[in-house]
Design a protein around this ligand. Structure first.
Ligand SMILES: Nc1nc2c(c(=O)[nH]1)N[C@H]1C(S)=C(S)[C@@H](COP(=O)(O)O)O[C@H]1N2
Ligand SMILES: [Mo]
Length: 372
């Protein structure tokens, strides 16, 4: 039996009780059974953490958000940037946005376990997603205050965590280009999560929240933003977060942007349903999509032979909560599957085309359950 002691991941500040998290190197994956009975939001105590390095401790009194580059009026330099204090940020017009942050590697391990394909990277199951109410200032307002020029093309938001070293090569601080159109659309400079000050692990004092996009876009511990009148690159849009492998160009596909459709049961993986044989249980889960609103979820309790529509109980922009009664006929092993479709017609496929880094596994997951 699993005890309730906290696991540790080097560099994560918050407690990681074993009943809520699976430690994965510098990261912590959420256990889906921890969402059973929860409301629309992922409570902060169980929200996954994805750190390339470690959570830095930042003093908000000396912190500044710095903006610089050729995409701002007067082209302020990195050495003499436009600056906002924490105080000033908190005094700007704020908005609250409920949206998911999801790691591009969510579901990666299923490339191996379901498709027998080798991929590199953290072997997440489905717990690399969380939905929170983020409060902060629209990035568009911050940019305008800094003197956004009509010539601006690309941004490069950069974190204050230590340099990321990948197999001995120093990649510098975590930073990923963000096109100006998305920056002006719906991106938030967030300083609160679920009604509380942003916790250290989730980006205190401020982070970007980039709705519907790959989690890497939502830069934590935001320190500065280069605003340029030309396209920008960093390893996070050239080397990482592109599709590589057979069928993709040698330099990789286009930088990844929107997330795909996924579904998860609010059960341990694998699960045991003790004493459920012949009795009705309620299966619950959630489905979400970066490309639209989930409008249909079908569930199979027999390995994909037969499908039934799940009841959609609560749908926010971020994800839909669903349920389905199930009476397992006899003790034994079952495979549960959930398949979602969004309002732009994207449905979860049976298999996911391979890519070497195992990004964006969106195929239907086969969830093993033992019924006694
Ligand atoms: N500065 C910085 N920002 C970052 C990261 C990081 O390691 N450093 N990880 C990114 C990735 S890959 C993801 S999936 C999300 C995870 O956000 P969370 O840890 O709050 O869940 O943060 C993104 N922002
Ligand atoms: Mo990620």
């Amino acid at each position: 039996m699993r005890n309730d002691a906290d696991d540790t991941a080097p560099g994560i500040v918050k407690p990681l009780p074993a009943r809520l998290f699976i430690p994965r190197d510098t990261n912590a994956e959420m256990r889906w059974e921890g969402m059973a009975g929860q409301g629309r939001l992922t409570p902060t105590d169980r929200f996954f953490v994805r750190n390339h390095v470690v959570t830095p401790r930042i003093d908000e009194r000396t912190w500044r958000l710095r903006l610089w580059g050729t995409g701002l009026d007067g082209s302020p330099t990195e050495d003499d940037p436009f600056e906002l204090t924490y105080e000033q940020l908190l005094n700007m017009r704020a908005r609250t946005v409920t949206t998911a942050i999801e790691c591009t590697g969510t579901g990666r391990s299923f490339f191996e376990t379901q498709q027998n394909e080798r991929v590199t990277g953290t072997p997440w199951t489905l717990g690399g997603i969380g939905v929170a109410a983020w409060r902060g200032v629209p990035l568009a307002d911050v940019l305008r205050r800094a003197g956004l020029s009509p010539a601006a093309v690309d941004l490069l938001p950069r974190g204050l965590d230590p340099d990321y070293v990948d197999e001995g090569v120093n990649m510098g601080r975590v930073r990923r280009p963000l096109p100006i159109a998305k920056a002006l659309d719906d991106v938030l400079v967030a300083y609160e999560m679920n009604g509380e000050t942003l916790p250290p692990d989730h980006g205190f004092p401020a982070r970007l929240v980039v709705p519907h996009w790959v989690g890497i876009a939502s830069i934590k511990w935001l320190g500065d933003i280069q605003v340029a009148d030309h396209e920008l690159t960093s390893p996070w849009n050239t080397r990482y977060y592109r599709m590589f492998g057979p069928g993709f160009p040698p330099e990789g596909g286009e930088p990844l942007t929107t997330m795909n459709v996924k579904s998860a049961f609010e059960l341990p993986l694998p699960a045991t349903l003790d004493g459920a044989a012949g009795h009705e249980v309620t299966l619950t889960g959630r489905s979400w999509s970066g490309t639209g609103r989930v409008v249909r979820v079908e569930v199979s309790t027999d390995g994909g032979e037969n499908w039934q529509p799940a009841q959609l109980n609560d749908s926010s922009d971020a994800w839909v909560l669903w349920s389905l009664p199930w009476r397992p006929p006899a003790p034994g092993k079952y495979e549960l599957l959930a398949r979602a479709t969004d309002d732009t017609g994207h449905t979860q496929p049976g298999t996911e085309p391979h890519n070497d880094n195992g990004y964006l596994f969106g195929a239907v997951v086969r969830h093993p359950v033992t019924v006694t």
